[in-house]
Ligand binder design. Structure first.
Ligand code: NAD
Length: 247
């Protein structure tokens, strides 16, 4: 068994969604640093961070909620041993103030994309008798979120979907797990703080036992571990990287 280090993921090919910035960018860089070959998809590839753009990862411009485009991209860039469904988008509004068109968009980005990418990648994993699927949900998917009801519904769906895939794919040597971040310092969170001000930032920090925001690298380390051979007996789990939020 290969332990974590520069060769822990050598020979593995990974597909990371939303890899241009934030948590996804940290995941791309961590998987690369452990020896994986990485392809990442981002709807805003032109805004990818300098570190990701300068890295050895292959970036593709793709809306991962577009089922046909995902299938076409995976068939030209795959097969993959590791799938990290990370792309997502939040919304801050009380449910009574939201519109059905917004629900459809949030569900498509946060849940539909996970279905689309898993559907495209899983057959080759099953044929190879090896696969690691790691889905980035949110503590909001476990405990709910005031002002984030549709997002929470989608993330809760990701958790239930992952457990189902873990059941269906176990016999083929494929594991599927969920990582649920708490408040992590990324552009997505910064946008929320801009809208909610310092009070919201303090409330986010105080919602954790550790009384601080997490860093994208703290999520990426767990994702790389779950992708490794060392995590071969871990499946259908939902693991928080949230400073103890919702414990
Ligand atoms: P972010 O907005 O900083 O980065 C998300 C990336 O995904 C961006 O590069 C964006 O362009 C890309 N993306 C968005 N929609 C896409 C689409 N349809 N197709 C392809 N790419 C798309 O966000 P983040 O904070 O890094 O969040 C990453 C994941 O972690 C999301 O699923 C989010 O819900 C989850 N999460 C984040 C936090 C947090 O506090 N930051 C907390 C809980 C869960």
């Amino acid at each position: 068994m290969t332990r974590a280090g520069p060769t822990a993921l050598a020979g593995r090919r990974a597909f990371v969604t939303g890899g241009g910035r934030g948590i996804g960018a940290a995941i791309v860089l961590e998987l690369l640093s452990q020896g994986a070959e990485v392809v990442f998809a981002d709807i805003a590839l032109d805004k990818a961070t300098a570190a990701v753009t300068a890295s050895a990862a292959i970036g593709i411009a793709l809306d991962v909620s577009d089922v046909d485009a995902v299938a076409a991209s995976v068939s030209s860039h795959g097969p993959f041993d590791i799938l990290v469904n990370n792309a997502g988008r939040d919304q801050h509004a009380f449910f009574v103030d939201t519109k059905p068109t917004e629900w459809a968009e949030l569900l498509a980005v946060n849940l539909g994309s996970v279905l689309a990418c898993t559907h495209a990648v899983l057959p080759a994993m099953q044929a190879a008798k090896f696969g690691r699927i790691i889905n980035i949900a949110s503590e909001a998917g476990r405990i709910g979120s005031r002002g984030g009801s549709v997002y929470s519904a989608a993330k809760g769906g990701v958790i239930a979907f992952t457990k189902s895939i873990a059941r269906e794919a176990a016999r083929y040597g494929v594991t599927a797990n969920v990582v649920t971040p708490g408040p992590i310092r990324t552009p997505l969170l910064e946008a929320a703080v801009l809208a909610g001000g310092d009070r919201l930032l303090r409330a986010m920090q105080d919602s954790t036992l550790l009384r601080r925001l997490g860093e994208p690298e703290e999520v990426a380390g767990l994702v790389a571990f779950l992708a490794s051979d060392s995590a071969g007996y871990i499946t259908a789990e939902t693991i928080g990287v949230s400073g103890g939020m919702g414990c």
